[in-house]
Design a binder for this molecule. Structure first.
Ligand code: LFR
Length: 499
């Protein structure tokens, strides 16, 4: 017998997953445990058309439906479901509740140069003060301002803006909501005031009436529509607003059960290195180091740095695959391991690594321009990326310590990226402290946790983290080769900080 059964959808920038979470009663003296089973996985590929990059949102909806049907066909009978996705992106609805065009992908080139324009218009200090976010080209405010500048008829016709997870929940339930953690990725939500920044919207010509009042994770949204139930032959299970921003769901699943502050790294396409706070830290120092303050679950704020992440390697791999010279990640990592250490380093956050395509050439020209040996083979390129990421993590961790005045005795790593054991090992070496890894499916698990909170099965975020610690194995990587890594860190720091 189960105490509860829930369904989590976790959509990342390259794939989506549906997982069932079953809360099992404790046996003997043990605690209840969460059992997680993946029931469906699908690719999520952006589509380029006429110079724009889009998400295939209806295809994603179709995959969600397939998973709901599958869940019941396979006998799971989840009581509720929750959706989490990457941040910042959105769809616009017209007055009849229909979607206006395909949502843009956050790497759409329309946001090129927009940060600079907004900084000129509003002032950097003021923008940071008002939004508390790292200056990332994809922030929703930049996307909306780009649309405004392009006189997009979609923007004029829009009645409602729904961020991606809310949009998918709306397709399935008919309910329009705005979940808080996603709202805080827009740069249009004031972290201090805890309100939409209508003054900034008005100044930029972004319609303010399209934004809904945020609701908090753990809130019920509503059941599947009768049409969806009939189409899929399933009962009207209810959607829960979870930490719908994948990063925040992942942070909820960090198995930090002590009293002290902890540092984490959510490792996927992006690397998010951060720490949990009770309130946002919007200071000139945080702005100078370009850290984000993002709303988390359970009334937390997350001070975090968005690092370019495994995206750089994913793009190299895609290039080799497309050239018919395909290679698995496991093989790439093996070749990286055999390559010579510290031959060439990049600054992962250099803007030249942001856009899709041509990644291998861009890494090589970065190394050429910084007078380093140019990596040529797959192993050399992969090693260069992985070592550079690990060194960047150390830099960000130290910056975070300077900002918060805390010191961290290790780093929790969660998310798909921890399957790359070399990266975990390099990270422990680079930071000179232990790295604790797990769980891999952190976003989906964090998503489930907030459903369990809504169902009354977990009482708090602390309670939920205990459940994670009791249910999933955690591995430890102890630091080694500290001298070599310290020397490499000095070289890394000399690489110019991207602007
Ligand atoms: C990670 C993530 C990051 C966000 C980036 C783009 O998947 O959600 O938190 O900055 O994707 O949305």
């Amino acid at each position: 017998t189960k105490l509860a059964s829930v369904l989590a959808f976790d959509l990342g920038a390259s794939s989506g997953r549906a997982l069932i979470g079953e809360l099992l009663p404790h046996t003997g003296s043990g605690q209840p445990k969460l059992k997680v089973t993946e029931i469906h996985r699908f690719p999520n590929q952006p589509i380029a058309v006429h110079g724009h990059l889009h998400w295939d949102i209806l295809r994603l909806l179709q995959e969600l439906k397939t998973a709901i049907r599958k869940a019941f066909q396979e006998g799971y009978a989840p009581q509720t479901f929750g959706i989490d996705t990457w941040g910042v992106d959105f769809g616009l609805l017209d007055a009849n509740g229909e979607l206006l065009g395909n949502p843009y992908h956050y790497r759409d080139p329309q946001t090129e140069g927009i940060i600079e324009e907004l900084v000129n218009l509003i002032g950097k200090d003021s923008l940071y003060e008002q939004g508390g976010l790292q200056f990332m080209p994809f922030n929703t405010v930049n996307q909306l301002y780009a649309m405004k500048k392009a006189a997009s008829p979609k923007l004029t016709a829009a009645s409602t803006l729904l961020l991606t997870p809310d949009l998918l929940a709306y397709f399935l339930t008919g309910e329009k909501v705005c979940e808080f953690t996603m709202a805080t990725t827009t740069q249009l939500f004031g972290p201090k005031e805890q309100k939409w920044n209508t003054a900034l919207m008005e100044k930029l010509g972004i319609p303010s009436q399209i934004f809904l009042e945020p609701i908090h994770p753990g809130t019920r949204i509503g059941p599947l529509t009768p049409e969806v139930c009939e189409e899929l032959d399933v009962p009207p299970i209810e959607a829960i607003a979870v930490g719908t921003h994948d990063t925040e769901s992942a942070v909820a699943a960090v198995p930090a059960t002590g009293e002290e502050e902890f540092a984490y790294l959510v490792c996927g396409t992006w690397s998010l290195l951060g720490t949990e706070l009770e309130r946002p830290l919007v200071t000139p120092e945080a702005m100078a180091l370009d850290f984000s303050n993002e709303g988390g679950v359970g009334g937390t704020y997350q001070l975090l740095k968005n690092i370019m992440g495994l995206w750089i390697l994913q793009e190299c791999k895609r290039e080799w695959d497309e050239q018919g010279d395909g290679v698995s990640f496991a093989e790439l990592v093996l070749q990286a391991e055999r390559a010579e250490p510290f031959r060439s380093l990049i600054h992962p956050d250099d803007p030249s690594f942001y856009a899709p395509s041509g990644m291998i050439a861009r890494i090589q020209s970065y190394c050429r321009e910084t007078s380093q040996t140019v990596p040529l083979t797959k192993g050399e390129l992969a090693r260069c990326v992985l070592e550079s990421l690990a060194l960047r993590y150390r830099q960000a961790l130290e910056q975070m310590e300077a900002l918060t005045g805390q010191s961290f005795n290790g780093l929790h790593m969660v998310g798909g990226g921890i399957q790359n054991e070399l990266l975990c090992r390099f990270t422990a070496n680079a930071i000179g402290r232990p790295v604790w890894t797990g769980p891999v499916e952190a976003s989906a698990i964090g998503n489930m946790l907030m459903q369990l909170v809504a169902l009354g099965e977990c009482s708090s975020l602390q309670d939920a983290r205990q459940l994670v610690a009791a249910s999933f194995p955690i591995e430890t990587y102890d630091p080694a080769q500290t001298d070599e890594w310290n020397a490499a860190f000095e070289t890394f720091k000399r690489l110019s900080e991207p602007q």
